[in-house]
Write a protein that binds this ligand. Structure first.
Ligand code: ADE
Length: 232
């Protein structure tokens, strides 16, 4: 997979995505990550990328032309162009799975107060990572690229590592424990040390349903199952 980011601050994406699993995925060629900086597509002496909003208001806006030219330098036929904005569709695991199937993603990261609205139609998708306002699209791009990269086949060594995890089945994950079996007086649940795989699977399912019902009752499949279970 190839991902390009249109950003004034490539380091905000490049640096965090050079570590750990995504860093290794890049080194091993599972992910090629590139950058196009609108500042490199300006023509004035000051390399201006922002200006005051028409109609007044605080802050500066990114100008359309440098963003357009930067996007044009990386966009190919078949690219999926994603504009990161708090006004976008909420990112979730289902969308991460869809995006992981694409060959080329391009993220447009707004900074300052955002981008000239006329750039918006250039995107196939407007995406938000949550109901809060970041200083720019870059930290959102990091989150989305991380979630997508770990779903590229071969990136996670264990092929089943993404099967039983949080959100894949619409449930939060059951708690996990590692050695020692007793830590500061706290024991690992008996079921997990029983060696009985059926019992372990049942325990994990029950824990996942209970946890989801308590922490995230809004997750629809969990709601249905818990309601069903309550009727019995
Ligand atoms: N840019 C600023 N805030 C954002 C958010 N919550 N999601 C995506 N992009 C953003």
């Amino acid at each position: 997979m190839r991902i390009d980011a249109v950003t004034l601050f490539p380091g905000m994406i490049d640096v965090p995505l050079s570590e750990s699993i995504v860093g290794r995925a890049r080194q091993e060629g599972f992910l090629e990550l590139g950058f196009a900086n609108p500042r490199d597509f300006t023509e004035d002496r000051h390399r201006t990328v922002d200006d005051k909003p028409y109609g007044g208001g605080t802050g500066m806006l990114m100008m359309a032309e440098p963003v357009y030219k930067a996007l044009k330098s990386v966009r190919k036929k078949g690219s999926c162009v994603i504009l990161l904005t708090p006004k976008g569709r909420r990112f979730d695991q289902k969308l991460a799975l869809e995006l992981a199937k694409k060959k080329h993603l391009v993220f447009i990261c707004g900074h300052y107060e955002g981008i000239d609205e006329r750039v918006t139609p250039l995107a196939d998708l407007e995406l938000s990572i949550g109901d809060y306002v970041l200083t720019g699209g870059e930290p959102a791009a990091v989150a989305v690229i991380d979630a997508v990269t770990r779903l590229i086949p071969g990136v996670l060594k264990k092929s089943d590592a993404t099967v039983n995890e949080t959100f894949t089945e619409g449930l939060l994950e059951a708690p996990h424990y590692t050695r020692p079996a007793v830590w500061r007086g706290k024991k690992v649940p008996q079921e997990l040390v029983s060696g009985n795989h059926k019992l372990i699977a049942e325990w994990r399912r029950a824990q996942a349903e209970a946890l989801t019902g308590k922490a995230r009752p809004d997750l629809a499949p969990a709601k249905k199952k818990i309601r069903g279970a309550a009727k019995k």
